[in-house]
Design a binder for this molecule. Structure first.
Ligand code: GUN
Length: 293
């Protein structure tokens, strides 16, 4: 049986349309326009592309965006000075510092300097700490993992009592995705490059989230028949048949796994579009928090 293909582009469009409608309703009610500040340090081309698409998505949703760029040589004090300025700016309801930061900058300190109420990436240690605790709620949840959960919900996955396996333990995706699954009463396993017998662990999964950054690592015989498979990987591999000489693949061997899984996200067009949609939703939430402050 071929899996249900989870259409991240369509689901993201639905989220974005809802954010745009809510933003328009705010404007009609005379409330301030939500605003996102982006901070790009250095000239990493992938980061430049990501930041540009985030700004474009803001414009389409009626959200203001304020782009800030600093050179790769910026000091810790300069980066944190900019964050402090944005914390104090009432037009800004969300601050996104694009990661990774250039070598020599202390990411942890920069993220901790962002006002909790404007932490739309959900990477502030207090927001992550609350996400890690039972009965606590962060103000914001990191965008990519939050998007994974929306995709699973939309595909009809049941979380309570399900065996959920997260492959990968990054601060940006694997760890927060695992914490979100635990909040939803899944029975959780986190595995990674040092785990023994990854295929056997993954085969226990009713829900499998792959976020390791290894092209097509998860094979068909790693997947329980009928499982929900969410592929967070975006890996460029050589492909002589393409004009560009390369193509994007996920962490899951899509063609073979879709014959075993119950539902699966494609790459591209799965998790990728959800990250930006959730960022817009978080920025709107930042504006709502400011309304009630
Ligand atoms: N780099 C890769 N993913 C992300 C993300 O979700 N937020 C930020 N700020 N940087 C990233």
């Amino acid at each position: 049986m071929t899996a249900q293909i989870i259409d991240g582009t369509a689901i993201a469009a639905k989220v974005r349309a809802q954010v745009a409608a809510d933003t328009a309703a705010r404007a009609a009610a005379g409330k301030p326009q939500p605003g996102l500040a982006t901070v790009l340090v250095g000239d990493n081309p992938a980061s430049q592309t990501y930041v540009k698409s985030k700004q474009k998505a803001c414009a389409e949703a009626g959200i203001a965006s304020f782009g800030h760029s600093l050179p790769a040589t910026a000091s810790q004090a300069e980066v944190q000075g900019l964050v402090a300025q944005l914390n104090a700016d009432p037009r800004v309801h969300g601050i996104l510092v694009q990661l990774p930061l250039p070598d020599g900058l202390d990411e942890e300190q920069v993220l901790a300097a962002i006002s909790l109420e404007k932490d739309v990436d959900g990477f502030h240690p207090i927001n992550i700490g609350r996400l890690a605790m039972k009965g606590r709620k962060p103000l914001f949840v990191p965008c990519t993992p939050a998007g994974c959960l929306v995709l699973l919900e939309e595909a009809g996955a049941k979380f309570r009592g399900a065996n959920a396996v997260v492959l990968g333990r990054s601060n940006i995706v694997g760890l927060p995705a695992a914490l979100l699954l635990l909040h939803r009463d899944a029975t959780l396993t986190v595995c990674h490059s040092r785990s023994a017998d990854l295929p056997a662990i993954c085969r226990t999964a009713d829900i499998l989230i792959a976020a390791v950054g290894r092209p097509e690592m998860v094979k068909a015989d790693w997947v329980k028949p009928g499982a929900y498979v969410i592929d967070v990987g975006i890996n460029r591999i050589p492909d002589a048949t393409r004009k560009s000489g390369s193509r994007l693949v996920g962490d899951v061997a899509y063609d073979e796994v879709k014959e075993v899984a119950g539902a699966i996200t494609p790459v591209p067009g799965g998790v990728g579009p959800m990250t930006i949609a959730m960022l817009l939703r978080n920025t709107l939430r930042g504006a709502e928090l400011a309304d009630n402050a």
